[in-house]
Design a protein around this ligand. Sequence first.
Ligand code: FE2
Length: 386
Amino acid sequence: MSKKIESVNYGLEKIFEGAQDFLPLLGTDYVEFYVGNAKQAAHFYKIAFGFQSFAYSGLETGAKDAVSYVLTQDKIKLILTTPLNSKSPINDHIVKHGDGVKVIALWVEDARKAYKETTSRGAKSYMEPTVEKDEFGEVVRSGIYTYGETVHLFVERKNYNGTFLPGFQKWESAYNPPTAGLKYIDHMVGNVGWNQMDVWVKWYEEVMGFENFLSFDDKQIHTEYSALMSKVMSNGNGRIKFPINEPAKGKKRSQIEEYLDFYEGAGVQHIAVATDDILKTVSQLRANGVEFLSTPPDDYYKSVPGRLLQFSHELNEDIEKLKALGIMIDADEEGYLLQIFTKPVEDRPTLFFEIIQRMGAKGFGAGNFKALFESIEREQQKRGTL
Ligand code: FE2
């Protein structure tokens, strides 16, 4: 008997009952990118991905060294930051890594406690607890380094009523393209170097109190040419999920090695954003000019009904429509998921986005890894980096 599955807000479910959570996380607060030209990048995220103008900090608000644009779409907040002179240390990050994610900010009740708990467990400090105030109240932020030069900031905003953070003003724009139905960050994946995955798995366990709830080895994730390994880390309430990838030996250079070469180190590989209508979202993103990886071959779509049947799930969507948009399908005992991956969103083949709709499934599309990586390899072939 087949089951109809409703779209679920997986981000708010409990995955496991951990021991007492020493680092309770309320959710992702924001993701900050360091980019070469924030003004132009902000326009791209508005027109291409349907983000909305939200807040701004720059010369006009009294900032001297950097300018930041904050964009929002439902629960997602992105900050795009560019230095205003050659002295800013942000330049070093951009010179080395190109445009990329610097900060994964986590929303907490108590930023001082989050800092104390993590640094006392071995985290390297990035920012001691710092209070920022304006007429709308105060925000406390603290921060620690994770893999590469990426950092986690802990943001405590319970005593703040302003638009975003002290120092930011509301960003009113005359140009407001429609949203694309992106709702929240489902997961963010980090790429780390050879033999570093377990080091960071242990770090997330010990320093952040996360648990490893899914693992994939190179026997599960490989193509004819390349392989990688991945372990998924989750916090206690399941709202934050960070898969960590490392390259594995194959005949040719894997996409993880390509990333590490071009990012010049470990960093965020992709940000998965959830929608509850992937057909609509992806149609719109394609019309807006977002570039996706090539559609899997016909054989892939022929095998989908069998895979769903194996778990007695019924596909709510028309498979021909999914195929026409290049959307992939994966299933597990609990349901299925729909997903698609963009090409890198900057010239270095580094960061990309995933669009995901969960229909009960809690996995990450393991059944699609092969088709996905073959598609990436076709791009690597064109770049001469396979
Ligand atoms: Fe993903």
